[in-house]
Design a protein around this ligand. Structure first.
Ligand code: KG4
Ligand code: ZN
Length: 340
């Protein structure tokens, strides 16, 4: 663990469809966090509509920042650096947050820190509410499972800000598979929470869906599983879909692969901690699987920090700032990962 100089970071996150700001102190103590969700707007289209998302960020970003600073009882003059998500994400959305961050940094004479959205998901695992008992500290080496709407990958971290990608999905991301299967089953957007809810009434052993173990690699694949759900629903030939059983069996297959591959990777690389981050880390059976094993300490963010938020960007930004990774105003968005 490095000793962070006492610093307060204001962070902005606009990579997809949430307009978010947060302030963190000393890298992990969350003083305030605001997330303005556009979910209701995009639900009409069954997914995120990029142009609409970008325009909505323009409308929401300043009120969201003002509300966050007010909630923390702070002024811009109390802040040490401004962090913002550079990518990956939707270009039109990223540009709004990054440019507002540049404006604030320039106007207030503060350093600017560009943060990768995925490292943010990892760093959310160590965040705790100011005044509450701290979450367990980072311990290296660690195995990070990143499961979001756009990414599914295993990263080995030997130190802060050092990511070795061991494997990733060859096709759909885990969250994407949840979203697509939800649509197929007629469940509302966003798909992950809908599938989880429907699965509560279902039997996870009702359908024997395939698991792509991809032995000998740390990669994942979910498109075959998605196709198996599609085939099974077509085989029912117009009869009412057993939605709960299909959802539960699909979810069990995803959790089985994510959990077991991560555990095997943790053993193989002899890590001291497992971290699970990204929107799919809010999935209850996935959390339960990790929390039920006693072999490795596991850090999973609390539910409000699993899906996109700015606390995670503030957390990763704090460590970047502390380690001297600040940026000039010339930086641009980088919608892909890894950053450099
Ligand atoms: O990290 P995130 O908010 O955005 C990206 O960076 O992509 O992740 C969003 C993804 C969506 O695909 C959503 O369906 C999934 O996370 N998700 C879930 C759950 N909550 C959100 N998937 C499974 N179970 C959940 N409870
Ligand atoms: Zn995300």
């Amino acid at each position: 663990m490095i000793d962070l100089p006492p610093a307060r970071i204001l962070a902005i996150e606009t990579s997809c469809d949430e307009t978010a700001a947060a302030v963190i102190e000393n890298g992990r103590a969350l003083l305030a966090s605001t997330v303005a969700s556009q979910m209701d707007i995009h639900a009409r289209y069954g997914g995120v509509y990029p142009e609409v998302a970008a325009r909505q960020h323009v409308l929401s970003i300043l009120p969201v920042i003002e509300q966050t600073l007010a909630q923390a009882h702070l002024a811009l003059s109390d802040i040490n650096a401004i962090a913002a998500t550079r990518g990956p994400g939707l270009a039109g959305s990223l540009v709004v947050g990054l440019n507002v961050a540049k404006g604030l940094a320039l106007g207030a004479g503060l350093p600017l820190v560009g943060v990768n959205h995925l490292e943010g998901h990892i760093y959310s695992a160590w965040v705790y509410n100011d005044g509450e008992p701290p979450a367990p500290e980072p311990q290296f080496p660690l195995m990070a499972l990143l499961v979001s709407g756009g990414h599914t990958e295993l990263n080995l971290m030997d130190a802060h800000l050092s990511y070795k990608r061991l494997g990733a999905t060859l096709d759909d991301a885990a969250g994407e598979a949840f979203d697509k299967v939800a649509r197929l089953l007629g469940l509302p957007y966003p798909g992950g929470p809908s599938v989880q809810k429907a699965a509560e009434e279902g039997d996870p052993t009702a359908f024997k869906f395939p698991r792509a173990w991809l032995e000998g690699t740390w990669n994942f694949s979910f498109s075959g599983l998605k196709t198996a759900v599609l085939k099974e629903s077509k085989r029912l030939d117009g009869r009412p879909l057993p939605v709960a059983d299909l959802a539960a069996s699909f979810q069990a297959a995803v959790v089985d692969v994510l959990f077991n591959k991560t555990l095997n990777a943790a053993r193989e690389f002899n890590v001291r901690q497992i971290v699970v981050g990204g929107g799919v880390s809010s999935n209850k059976p996935l959390r339960d699987a990790f929390l039920a094993q006693a072999e490795f300490p596991v850090n999973i963010p609390r539910l409000s920090l699993c899906t996109d938020n700015a606390a995670m960007i503030a957390a990763a930004g704090s460590f970047r700032y502390a380690l001297g990774h600040t940026d000039g105003l010339e930086i641009d968005i980088l919608p892909t990962w890894p950053l450099s």
